[in-house]
Ligand binder design. Structure first.
Ligand SMILES: [Zn+2]
Length: 381
């Protein structure tokens, strides 16, 4: 397999380039050329080429959930995600018993290479080291203090695939846990926490890098106690996840975050649950029943329980809200999330040497095609 993609615009981490050619050989990106090369040319004139998106926080899709502990379901999620522009993802767990998480870690660790759609680039453990006050849809009966022995057991079962773990930094032992886990190359994220500004700051100083679904599930910004949100805003190098579905974060609040942190430090994620890509109705998240209607998934209490957002829609939303350029929006859903879990050498851009996982877009921002390893694997009907 050897060809050149000709298109009007190509999105790179440093910005976009126009009217060029992207060389693809044996499923990998070779180089970007400005002059017409000799060889087979796939003609996408009038269209744009963007990197495949990377969702680093996603619980489910297409009526399947990671916590179902059924790898056939994860294979369905992987295939269906191509229609959302996602070519790499981190299957995300929920708070559950240590044993249940053992099973999930083992299942993904043993089978992750069997998916045929979006690639599994790691696992995100969302919990169980959280705080009740900001539990969201996490089940507090399983909350624990951070425990390295337990983590190492999960990581072993997952064949080292856990790339990110979220904790509440005010729990006992958090700083030591963050230091050790970070040393192992795993990203520590902060979430579902009532931490003070000071506690969050100490966690960042210990190595925590990511704030999970910013504004949601964390102590807010108050002028006398800036909380987790204040810490996310005031630690320049950290990366904040944002769910830009229009329900989790008001567009103006998203804009404020973007202005403070810059697009280089915002990762668009979905936090999607099993009802993503499905009709409205009754579903579940973990052990809780969830009602899906009007674009939201809610517990009976009214609390949001994950989202039904598709990542490409999140990209379009921030452009439609006029808070980011198209370049920035794509960057925040590809390169930045990849970098946040140290997989930017595997995915998240169309730089030379990476797998040829890319999207064909119309200039009206319609997703037309998704390429995986240089092969067109999804086509808009
Ligand atoms: Zn959460």
């Amino acid at each position: 397999m050897h060809y050149y993609i000709q298109a009007d615009r190509f999105f790179f981490p440093e910005g976009s380039k126009t009217n060029g050619y992207l060389e693809v050989q044996n499923g990998k990106i070779v180089q970007y050329l400005t002059e017409k090369p000799d060889g087979e040319i796939l003609d996408y004139r009038g269209k744009w080429i963007a990197p495949g998106l990377v969702d680093t926080h996603i619980h489910g899709f297409a009526n399947h959930d990671v916590m179902d502990c059924d790898f056939d379901g994860i294979k369905e999620i992987s295939k269906a995600l191509l229609s959302c522009g996602v070519t790499s993802f981190l299957p995300t767990t929920l708070t559950a018993s240590v044993d249940k998480l053992n099973q999930v870690a083992e299942m993904i660790g043993e089978h992750f290479q069997e998916v045929e759609g979006a690639k599994i680039q790691g696992i995100f453990f969302e919990g169980p080291f959280f705080t009740e006050q900001y539990k969201g849809a996490q089940n507090p009966i399983y909350f624990l203090d951070p425990d390295l022995t337990v983590f190492e057991q999960w990581q072993k079962r997952a064949h080292g695939l856990i790339r990110k773990i979220a904790i509440a930094p005010e729990r006992s032992g958090a700083v030591e846990f963050i230091q050790e886990v970070t040393k192992q190359g795993v990203t520590v994220a902060l979430a579902h926490s009532a931490a003070t500004y000071q506690q969050a700051k100490e966690a960042v100083e210990a190595g925590a890098l990511v704030f999970v679904h910013a504004y949601n599930g964390m102590s807010g910004l108050n002028h006398r106690e800036p909380g987790m949100v204040g810490c996310a805003m005031n630690t320049e190098h950290t990366i904040a996840e944002m769910i830009c579905d229009g329900h989790h974060v008001h567009p103006a609040a998203a804009e404020i975050f973007l202005k403070v942190k810059t697009p280089e430090h915002i990762a668009l994620i979905t936090d999607c649950m099993r009802a993503g890509g499905m009709p409205d109705g009754e579903y579940s998240l973990g052990e809780f029943p969830v009602t899906v209607k009007e674009g939201t998934a809610r517990l009976s209490s009214g609390n949001l329980a994950g989202s039904i957002l598709q990542l490409f829609q999140g990209v379009k939303n921030v452009v439609d809200w006029n808070i980011a350029t198209i370049e920035e929006a794509i960057h925040m859903a590809s390169f930045v999330p990849a970098k946040s879990v140290h997989i930017e050498k595997q995915c998240g851009s169309i730089l030379p040497g990476l797998s040829a996982d890319f999207l064909v877009l119309s200039p009206e921002m319609t997703l037309l095609e998704t390429y995986l390893d240089g092969v067109s694997s999804y086509h808009l009907k």
